[in-house]
Design a protein around this ligand. Sequence first.
Ligand code: FMN
Length: 195
Amino acid sequence: MVKYKFFKILVFLLVILSFSQNIVLAQSPPTILITYHTQSGKTQAMAEAVAKGVEEVQGVGYILKPIAEVTEEEILNASAIILGSPVYNANMAPQVQEFINSWPFDGRPLKGKIGAVFVTGGGFSIGEEAVMFSMIRSMMIHGMIIVGGEEVEAAFGASAITGEGDFAGKEIDQLFLKKAEGLGRRVGEMVLKNR
Ligand SMILES: Cc1cc2nc3c(=O)[nH]c(=O)nc-3n(C[C@H](O)[C@H](O)[C@H](O)COP(=O)(O)O)c2cc1C
């Protein structure tokens, strides 16, 4: 009799436990890691616009932070990584390269995650596209699925010019922020499709 009661309590506890786990699972949306390096704030402004785009997609969460603060757990738990860099002498910032080099590779745990990029460069066609492809290439080494922006003007990701002509000495132009928002929105949508 005592054994039977104990068994009933055990079953009851197991049911409660599985219910609460399901609730936790159902409540945790896929997370997009939006991360960047910045020296003078331009790439951060683009990252914030990317986050704005992600916010428009229901059922997706995000983490927005500089690469220096990202943990390995955040990389592994993310469904997508949207990575931003300024252009330095037609290359990504060395801090971004170091960050990518720190990603876990054994067993290719990043395989199948979505990857996307954004950059800011001082001038037109003096490195921004080369840097986007450099980051995309590294993501592909990890087996990530690359997603570009919404419009053809952001086909490889979102880029902003910050130092040439009318764009010099100002906040980032809306034209570029819109591309970043579109990138965030598209990655959000793709994360839900890729579930
Ligand atoms: C050392 C250095 C090298 C740079 N080289 C380039 C370059 O090759 N091409 C370019 O378009 N911009 C270049 N820039 C400009 C930056 O990419 C641009 O100002 C960028 O928006 C800075 O981003 P941040 O404000 O996020 O630091 C360079 C800037 C620095 C400091």
